[in-house]
Design a protein around this ligand. Structure first.
Ligand SMILES: [Zn+2]
Length: 83
């Protein structure tokens, strides 16, 4: 009998964990889609890749704002500009 109660408790615990996981995932998905809606794309002047402005590496050079996909592109772009 004790084993049966333990089994039911485990099942209940499993159900509760699953319920919260699904709830959390739904909330996170909603947040993510809301955040990505006004996504503005910018072009990396070095590798010509389009990247979301939010995640781009920003750098102001000679009064102009540049966006790079990563720090490597920024470094290479600067090296090409000023060898
Ligand atoms: Zn790049």
């Amino acid at each position: 009998m004790a084993r049966f109660i333990l089994f039911v408790l485990l099942l209940l615990l499993f159900y509760v964990i699953l319920y919260y996981l699904i709830k959390d995932m739904a909330v996170r998905r909603k947040k993510w889609s809301r955040a990505s809606e006004p996504e503005e794309l910018v072009q990396d002047p070095y590798c010509q890749t389009y990247i979301p402005k939010r995640t781009a590496v920003k750098k102001r050079i000679e009064g102009r704002q540049y966006y790079f996909c990563n720090k490597d592109c920024l470094r290479k772009f600067l090296e090409e500009k000023n060898p």
